[in-house]
Structure formats: C-alpha cells, structure tokens
Design a protein around this ligand. Structure first.
Ligand code: AMP
Ligand code: ZN
Ligand code: FE
Ligand code: FE
Length: 288
C-alpha cells in the first residue's frame, strides 16, 4: 500500500517516554506522508493540545489519544488500553489519570530503592531531569542505568531488572480493564486493546476468550497491526476482532530515539496501517 493511505495510531512524545515533542512528532508524521496520526502517551493527555495545533499547521489529521496501563491480573503479560477521540478536558478522565499518575510517582522510588539495594543507585532527580516534566517510566530508568554503566543496553536493563517479574520490578497499574474502558467512554472516546502480543496469552483459545470478556465490558477495538506482530498474529487478531465486532486498528508504538528501531508509520520497516482504520473508528463513534 502506498504511504498516502497509511496512518499511525500509536505514538509517544515527551509527555511520556518518547523523545520527540508533540509538535515535532506531528511534523515528522506529516513529512512521512501519513494521512493521520494519533498521540497516545502513557497515562497522560498533556501533549494533545500542542499536537492538535501542530496538526492544523502541518495539514495532517491528528487523533487525540491516550494509553492507559491496566491491571488485568494476567500471569505473564501486560495489558494496555488505548483511548481515541477522548475529550482531554473530561473531568472524570483527568481524575482517573491523576490517580494513575500518583501510582506511578509512588512506584518509581520503590524501583530505585530495589536497584540501590543491588548496588545500582540512581537519583530520582536524574529521572525528573530526563523526563522534562513528562510521565516517568521504566524506559527512563533503563536509559539512566546504561548511562551509569550498570548495563550495556536498555534491553539488558529490562531483561535483568525491570521487566515483569524481574528483580527491581514493581507493579504500577491500579485500573481494572472495565475501569479503563469506562474512563475512556466517559470522556467520549473509544477503547481499544493495545498490542495484544504483550498479553503473552498461552494460546489462541485463551486470547480469544480474553478478548471476548473485554468485548462484553464494552471494548470497541483491537490493535491488530503493530510493529511487533507477525503477519500470522496480525491475521489472528483481525479474525478475533471481526468475531467480536471490534474495530481493527494499528500503530507503530513510535518512541523516537527511545526505541530507535521503530520508525513512525513504518514500524520495523514494513508496517502500513490502512487509513480505513480511522474511518472505522469514526463510524463506531457515530453509532455510540
Ligand atoms: P512503564 O510505563 O514504566 O510501565 O513502561 C512502559 C514502557 O516500557 C513501554 O514504552 C514499553 O515499550 C517499555 N518496555 C516494556 N517492556 C520492555 C522491554 N522488555 N524492553 C524494552 N522496553 C520495554
Ligand atoms: Zn512507552
Ligand atoms: Fe503499550
Ligand atoms: Fe505505547
């Protein structure tokens, strides 16, 4: 498919753990020839105003979005919920975001405490300087660990210390999947299950059943096209989305230099999320 028909519905800016300012990311998306782009920062909507303004200037359609961390009580994986077309000024959404942000703020010092016990001290101040006021997450900690020479790469930092179940891992999310879906709906948006590969389901039957439960709680869509999805897994996602009447969406999870192997709109190179996904989201929004 030609780049004119592609979009990217999953990107991160300096408002969370991406390296590009919202306005710079939007310019990059326009320069890449994308037809639409969504900003989906972790647990914050603070980048949306400047992104939308930049979209008007650059002539690219910008979808306001967010990516909520969810506590789904799953054995190995992580669940993230994307919200699209949310009203960034929604009082109820902002109340939920403040609670999640408070949980994050409590978690970071606990991770640092564990690292210090293992002889790998980092200061919170250093992380705050790195994040420039945005939401601090594990990628900031991983980067700081590389800087201090504690690990050779951010991948090693996650594998040895930060990933779920590793020695310095501390859980963060306090929202149930239903609470996340409800918070997005209350802000006038659509709830979309992010990167299902990260759920680390044992098999397709388990994945299917999990999506079925989420659909019964009001889920609107599922991110089928994704940088880390194989063609086979994308097809599985499309079939399950269709089975439960969910909108199929997609995105790269672009983080700028924080994930240098992922290009905006293109993922690892071959990604093209069809613009039909945006049309389908709009149609669903109209029906609600
Ligand atoms: P947090 O918001 O602190 O839970 O961190 C989430 C971020 O960490 C997301 O941007 C993920 O892409 C990134 N992340 C999660 N697991 C890994 C991993 N194993 N290696 C590299 N990055 C990861
Ligand atoms: Zn991230
Ligand atoms: Fe995510
Ligand atoms: Fe993401």
């Amino acid at each position: 498919m030609d780049a004119i028909g592609c979009c990217d519905l999953h990107t991160h800016t300096t408002a969370s753990d991406g390296s590009d300012r919202p306005e710079d990311l939007i310019r990059l998306a326009a320069a890449a020839g994308l037809k639409a782009v969504a900003i989906t920062d972790h647990d914050t909507v603070s980048g949306l105003d400047s992104a939308i303004e930049a979209g008007h200037k650059a002539g690219i359609e910008v979808l306001p979005g967010v990516e909520l961390s969810v506590n789904a009580n799953i054995a190995k994986g992580d669940m993230h919920m994307l919200g699209y077309y949310i009203d960034a000024d929604s009082a109820s959404l902002n109340e939920v975001l403040e609670r999640v942000q408070a949980a994050r703020a409590k978690r970071n010092p606990l991770i640092l405490e564990r690292l210090a016990q293992m002889g790998k001290p980092l200061s919170l101040k250093e992380l705050e300087d790195m994040s420039g006021g945005g939401q601090i997450g594990r990628p900031h900690i991983a980067k700081a660990m590389v800087r201090h020479g504690y690990v050779g790469s951010t991948g090693e930092a996650f594998a040895r210390f930060l990933k779920k179940g590793a020695s310095a891992y501390v859980p963060k999310s306090i929202l149930s999947p239903k609470e996340a879906v409800d918070a997005i709906h209350a802000a006038g948006g659509l709830a979309v299950l992010a990167h299902p590969i990260s759920l680390a389901c044992e098999d397709e039957a388990g994945f299917d059943a999990l999506v079925g439960r989420l659909a019964s709680k009001g889920l609107d869509g599922m991110e089928c096209y994704y940088s880390e999805h194989s063609l086979d897994f994308t097809k599985t996602c499309l079939a399950i989305a269709s089975k439960y009447g969910l909108v199929a969406t997609g995105g790269s999870d672009y983080h700028g230099s924080a994930k240098p192997q992922i290009a905006i709109g293109r993922g690892r190179g071959g990604l093209c999320v069809p613009y039909d996904c945006v049309e389908a989201l709009k149609a669903r929004l109209k029906r609600l």
